[in-house]
Design a protein around this ligand. Structure first.
Ligand SMILES: CC(C)=CCC[C@@H](C)[C@H]1CC[C@@]2(C)C3=C(CC[C@]12C)[C@@]1(C)CC[C@H](O)C(C)(C)[C@@H]1CC3
Length: 730
């Protein structure tokens, strides 16, 4: 690793040999900093060393002589070596593959902000590593931060992370702070931070609530029949605005401390006291703006601001905040204090602090729970996008080892068995509290852990498929009954219940729920920096995975067969409708057209549509092939996700290349030379011990925020190489 900026600047660092990751049977991941004494009898495991990039971890014994793998190595051996490396990254007790699920730069403020409001100090090793992470993720040219780690500097990223560094003890005179402040001021100062930034700054007494657009909790009192009812919003937006509704209604601001007074003076281009915040509800730095307000939203905000200031009766305010708190308590109950993701978790923790007090059981559970979303890495510690990617990674690992012909080799038996048992443990077996606006979840699977509590359509389908693979393998007959057929039926019930078959986007699947209100609701998106957040949308990837799960299930079981067949049929029709004239699909959760292309081609392959018999498949292959680069690789930029059209990047990437190859291989694309070139590229990029290095964030959300899926650079090459080996090397 190149010398880190924090080391150049001699920023304090903890002793990385003293960090230990504790994983629970249900997949929680908590880093602990132990004493040197304790470390003597508690060695760092291989995966801990890998995660911290400690020098002591060599990985499996190389197959080839040089440092890199070469073309001489067979694709199968490259997959095998990759799997050997990846298997070492599993925590054998829980079965998960822990990794730092990082990228978004607006999450850590939640953790530090809440503790600051409560007057609780951040534990010292964590504080040191939080500072390091922020220093190391500052923009190399201007010293600011963006919405995500590889973003240009924005007012949001810079104001929030500058504030964080100051709260964590870095003095204003420090080079890092000086550079960041210069950038912030060049961007117009903190006055132009978007809505969520304005909320955080107001909570920390660094901005004024009168300059924040309303998020009235009264919306919860409207009849559910109205499309605008928050119970119909996308689960994340619902959760964030539920707690924000409470906080903004009571205009919560923490006590102004001398440090905050200093920060007030640093964040703005003018004197804090002279700013008329009420005039800046709609001031957003141009660099930050991804989704500008519609006129409709502006009109609504003006009306609501007037209502809040002059018309809102006190009793209604009290009543609606009480109602919101009831709903928050249900969210807490359904997720055991994790809440759906760290953004809303932090806001809910604040509500608990206000309602129950600092020493209350409820608030202390939150303080403890934050340890599950903080994750340590070589550059420092940070709050992750979710509490991990446990279920998703396990489901892929099992499937791809099978697809590559590796799963039944004795050396991988424990990998598969442990991951399988984790999936079996992670299926939902309880329902949410009544009145939570949540669907039936028994039978579903989450993206991360059972504790987090939210079913995701594609996670359910991928986990189901992985489990069936193990159940039907003679090598694993001894654990076949770890999960009953009845439980698989439950998952089919959940999956079928998630398909959009009523009013919206017939045949498609969204993420966590069916689409509950028209996508025109997006016109009210107040977040400024994200797209498609108001309601559920139809997603090709979620639809594709659901098709995979359903088709695979029908191969072995006859439960609800006809309904499943019908569901697959209309889902395929949806995918066909969603294809663009150039043969591509816009992917929402990976970057971008390459990711979606792979999923779509896999879905088609499971219903027998391939290059030779389907015009859709031929067009999709044509699109992918047209993007191959001279070195055999593919390289799609995050800009594709933002701009909704294919943008090529400068360097070919392992994960992108694997996605394209998987698509082409499953489509039975006939030209071997095209595919072989890509396969050779994957081999060249592999280290002799089987490792592929991190290259670029693989994922994205809400069109604008990049996020890293650290397991992808193993999982997808293993699958691509394995598929190639099956076809051409047998
Ligand atoms: C705008 C807000 C609230 C930001 C907080 C971040 C969350 C919204 C993001 C972080 C991780 C994230 C991208 C995720 C997803 C939704 C949005 C998440 C939770 C899902 C579950 C959607 C469906 C996808 O196919 C897939 C399973 C890959 C992802 C996983 C991560």
């Amino acid at each position: 690793m190149a010398e880190l900026y924090s080391d150049q600047l001699k920023i304090p660092k903890t002793d990385h040999t003293l960090w230990r990751l504790r994983c629970s049977a249900l997949g929680s991941e908590r880093w602990e900093y132990i004493t040197a004494e304790a470390a003597k009898s508690d060695q760092q495991s291989p995966y801990e060393k890998h995660l911290l990039e400690s020098p002591g971890f060599l990985g499996p014994k190389p197959l080839s002589k040089g440092k890199q793998n070469t073309e001489e190595l067979s694709a199968f051996d490259a997959a095998l070596q990759g799997a050997r490396y990846f298997s070492l990254l599993q925590d054998p007790d829980s079965g998960i593959f822990p990794c730092q699920y990082k990228g978004p730069m607006f999450l850590t403020i939640g953790y530090v902000g809440v503790l600051y409001c409560a007057g609780i100090a951040v534990p010292e090793p964590v504080r040191i590593e939080l500072v390091r992470f922020l220093v190391n993720s500052a923009h190399p040219v201007d010293g600011g931060w963006g919405l995500h780690e590889v973003d240009k500097s924005t007012a949001f990223g810079t104001a929030i992370n500058y504030t964080l560094l100051r709260l964590l003890g870095l003095p204003a005179s420090h080079t890092v702070c000086q550079r960041a402040r210069r950038t912030l001021h060049r961007l117009g100062g903190a006055i132009g931070v978007p809505h969520w930034g304005k909320c955080w700054l107001s909570i920390l007494s660094l901005y004024k609530w009168e300059g924040v657009n309303p998020a009235p909790p009264e919306l919860w009192l409207l009849p559910y029949a109205l499309p605008i009812h928050p119970g119909r919003w996308w689960v994340h937006t619902r959760a964030v605005y539920q707690a924000l509704g409470y906080l903004s209604a009571i205009k919560y601001s923490c006590t102004l401390t001398p440090l905050l007074t200093e920060i007030r003076a640093e964040l703005y281009r003018q004197d804090f006291e002279t700013i008329d915040f009420s005039k800046h509800r709609n001031t957003v730095c141009n660099v930050d703006l991804y989704y500008p307000h519609t006129r409709f939203l502006n009109a609504a905000n003006t009306a609501l601001t007037f209502y809040e200031r002059y018309l809102r009766p006190n009793w209604l305010l009290k009543y609606s905040t009480a109602k919101t708190y009831e709903l928050i308590k249900k969210e807490i109950q359904n997720t055991d204090y994790l809440c759906i993701a760290p953004v809303s978790m932090a806001f809910c923790a604040l509500v608990a602090l206000i309602e129950e007090g600092r020493d209350s059981y409820q608030f202390q559970r939150f303080v403890d729970g934050f340890n599950e979303v903080l994750f340590m890495g070589p550059k420092g510690i940070t709050v992750m996008g979710t509490n991990g990617a446990q279920t998703w990674d396990c489901a892929f690992a099992i499937q791809y080892y099978f697809i590559a012909g590796l799963a039944e080799r004795p050396e991988f038996k424990s990998t598969i068995e442990n991951a399988y048992k984790f999936l079996c443990r992670s299926q939902f077996d309880t329902e949410c509290a009544p009145g939570s606006f949540r669907d039936k979840r028994i039978g579903g699977w989450p993206f991360s852990t059972k504790t987090q509590g939210y079913t995701v359509s594609d996670c359910t389908a991928e986990a189901l498929k992985a489990i069936i693979m193990v159940k039907n393998s003679s090598a694993y007959s001894h654990i076949k009954y770890e999960i009953s057929d009845k439980r698989l039926e439950n998952s089919i019930d959940v999956l079928l219940s998630l398909q959009n078959v009523d009013a919206f986007e017939y045949g498609s699947f969204a993420t966590y729920e069916k689409i509950r209100a028209t996508t025109a609701m997006e016109k009210l998106n107040p977040a400024e920096v994200f797209g498609n957040i108001m309601v559920e949308f139809p997603y090709v990837e979620c639809t594709d995975s659901s098709i995979l799960g359903l088709t695979y299930y029908t191969k072995y079981y006859s439960y609800r067969k006809q309904e499943i067949q019908k569901a697959i049929e209309i889902a395929i029709k949806y995918i066909k409708r969603a294809q663009r004239p150039d043969g591509s699909w816009y992917g929402s959760w990976g970057i971008c057209f390459t990711y979606a292309g792979m999923f779509a081609l896999e879905a088609f392959s499971t219903v027998g549509e391939s290059y030779s018999n389907s015009e859709y498949v031929r067009k999709a292959c044509g699109f992918l092939v047209s993007k191959q680069r001279p070195d055999g690789g593919w390289s799609e930029s995050m800009k594709s996700s933002e701009l909704h059209s294919y943008v090529e990047d400068n360097h070919s990437l392992v994960v992108q290349t694997s996605w394209a190859l998987i698509g082409l291989l499953l489509a039975e694309f006939p030209e071997k030379t095209v595919i072989k070139k890509g396969v050779d590229f994957l081999k060249q990029r592999q280290k002799a011990n089987g490792k592929w290095d991190f290259e670029a964030p693989e994922g994205v959300f809400n069109h604008s925020c990049a996020i890293e899926y650290a397991s992808y650079r193993f999982l997808f090459p293993i699958k691509a190489l394995g598929l190639y080996a099956m076809k051409y090397e047998k």
